[in-house]
Design a binder for this molecule. Structure first.
Ligand code: NAD
Ligand code: IPM
Ligand code: MN
Length: 356
């Protein structure tokens, strides 16, 4: 259990680049615990394909127990070509990641896409669009939609039901409006309410919840337009609240606008203080074992844990400052630019740890 200065973290590195970026994040956590006199206890556990190979299941009972015993989960990534041909009911993404999200009712996924001035030139957008940088928070609904609806997979026909319920739209809307209150006070609801019934309902209850937040401006945008506006005018966005599938897609797009998906952290929250902290990217199988993956998304995911699970936003901010300082000196390959030193995943982790 958590006390002010002791926290237990379930550490689930998973597959592909997962173990490498997790190792870098643990370096940073080591520096944090030293600096703040904090005891961080780790419960290491297998997940994903690695767990499937060792235990015959992508989410072994011991892993679930470790997560239940912890104050927060820090996860790397799961999946890869080795497990892609498993039968539908054993697919590692669904049987581990989605099961964890469901089990802990992690319905609100925060994915902050921030272009920092230091990294402005890493963005593929024109400098005239990036300006002095932008800061978008995608609040992705994470517990429903086609991911968890009724599904059928036959030889001739397959279907995934996109279902939304009133309370699911309401609770994620509330989280998004609360987040906007601490930011620029604007929420854009992204959906496909011109076509999809699930989006009509989602939009209806986001609108209803907005009446409790007269200080927040609410805008609506269809997802196809949103994918374009993110590129054309990212400054137009503050908080985006959206359904599970659209949030999945738009967050990869937003990540790339910041320079690399290796920068996009995420927190999957249950509305209380429990959360799973995982980069938005996957296991990047082709990068695995080469020491070239960017660990910043993993490290910033760990940083978010201090705000949302441990009530220490000051530590979150100090890790973010350390990341910025380290990026001023060195870079992994994906965001490399002239004048910086190119470093490995591990060296990047160590550089950030030094700046903590
Ligand atoms: P991916 O995110 O793994 O990779 C997409 C691209 O981004 C690749 O070019 C990759 O090299 C690059 N990339 C990803 N992380 C990076 C990092 N830290 N630094 C630098 N570059 C990085 O997506 P994919 O290729 O579609 O999926 C690979 C596997 O990961 C699949 O099995 C997929 O199901 C799984 N996946 C898992 C998660 C998760 O565990 N949360 C998320 C997405 C995908
Ligand atoms: C993500 C991933 C997952 C998702 C997959 C691996 C199940 O893409 O976390 O963005 O679609 O939610
Ligand atoms: Mn995704």
């Amino acid at each position: 259990m958590a006390t002010d200065n002791t926290h237990t973290i379930a550490v689930l590195p998973g597959d592909g680049i997962g173990p490498e970026i997790m190792d870098a994040a643990l370096h940073v956590l080591g520096a944090v615990s030293k600096k703040h006199g904090m005891t961080l206890k780790y419960l290491h556990a297998d997940v994903g394909g690695a767990a499937y190979d060792r235990h015959g299941t992508a989410l072994p009972e011991e892993t679930l127990k470790a997560c239940e015993a912890a104050d927060a989960i820090l996860l790397g990534a799961v999946g890869g070509p080795k497990w892609d041909s498993l039968p539908d009911d054993q697919k590692v993404e669904r049987t581990s990641l989605l099961r964890l999200r469901k089990h802990f009712d992690l319905f609100a996924n925060f994915r902050p896409a921030v272009v920092y001035p230091q990294l402005a030139s890493a963005s593929p957008l024109k400098p005239s669009i990036v300006g002095s940088g932008f800061d978008i928070l995608i609040v992705r609904e994470l517990s429903s939609d086609a991911y968890f609806g009724k599904r059928t997979l036959g030889d001739e026909e397959a279907s995934d039901m996109m279902t939304y319920r009133k309370h699911e739209a309401e609770r994620v809307a509330k989280v998004a409006f609360e987040a906007a209150r601490k930011r620029k006070k604007k929420v854009t609801c992204v959906d496909k309410a011109n076509v999809l019934a699930s989006s009509i309902l989602f939009r209806r209850y986001v609108t209803e919840v907005s009446r409790q937040y007269p200080d927040i401006t609410l805008e609506f945008m269809y997802v196809d337009n949103a994918s374009m506006q993110l590129i054309k005018n990212p400054h137009n966005f503050d908080v985006i609240v959206t359904t599970n599938m659209f949030g999945d897609i738009l967050s990869d797009e937003a990540a790339m606008l910041t320079g690399s998906i290796g920068l996009l952290a995420s927190a999957s929250l249950n509305g209380k203080s429990f959360g799973m902290y995982e980069p938005a990217h996957g296991s990047a199988p082709r990068m695995a074992g080469k020491g070239i993956a960017n660990p910043v998304a993993q490290i910033m995911s760990a940083a978010m844990m201090f705000t949302y699970s441990f009530s220490r936003p000051d530590i979150h901010a100090s890790i973010e400052r350390a990341v910025m300082a380290a990026l001023g000196e060195c870079r992994t390959k994906d965001v490399m630019e002239p004048g910086k030193r190119e470093v490995s995943t591990q060296e990047m982790g160590k550089a950030i740890a030094r700046h903590v």
